[in-house]
Design a protein around this ligand. Structure first.
Ligand code: ZN
Length: 151
């Protein structure tokens, strides 16, 4: 079975609506090893990202915050996508995901559900919404390991 362009678009929008309506891993994490804040002033998206590491593997990831449908859905999809991956795998996925949204999608990469966000390519302003959670995760992983102070 093959999906026409219109059907695929509808399917993608459904996934984004679903993840915005009921975001996955949407909670504070009390035993997080890393915490980072993300803010996209262009749209008003704001999120706090929590990561728990076991060695160099992301054992758990969650977020709280508020923003547009794209930023919320992207953060939700990201927390699902990165669990169980090593820090290096996540950094590599971020690079490819960023290329998917802004430039030439890398060949041979299976993005899974993240693919639904490729549609923002047509809306450059939305790229910042879709990559906010990823930039925040990058900051969390490359930070000094101390949870960010909230006050
Ligand atoms: Zn936004």
């Amino acid at each position: 079975m093959s999906l026409g362009h219109g059907d695929l678009r509808e399917l993608y929008q459904e996934v984004i609506f679903d993840h915005n309506r009921s975001p996955r891993n949407f909670h504070k994490m009390d035993d997080a090893d890393r915490v980072a804040e993300g803010h996209n002033p262009l749209c008003g998206d704001q999120l706090t990202l929590y990561v728990r590491l076991e060695d160099r593997v992301i054992a758990d990831a969650s977020f709280v915050g508020h923003g547009c449908a794209i930023s919320t859905a992207s953060a939700s999809l990201m927390t699902e996508a990165v669990k169980g991956k090593t820090v290096e795998e996540v950094e590599s996925l971020f690079r490819d995901f960023h290329a998917l949204l802004t430039g030439v999608p890398p060949e041979g990469r299976d993005f899974g559900k993240l693919e639904v966000l490729a549609g923002v390519r047509e809306f450059p302003v939305r790229v910042k919404c879709a990559t906010l959670a990823w930039h925040t995760l990058h900051n969390a992983l490359t930070g000094d390991g101390e949870p960010a102070k909230t006050e």
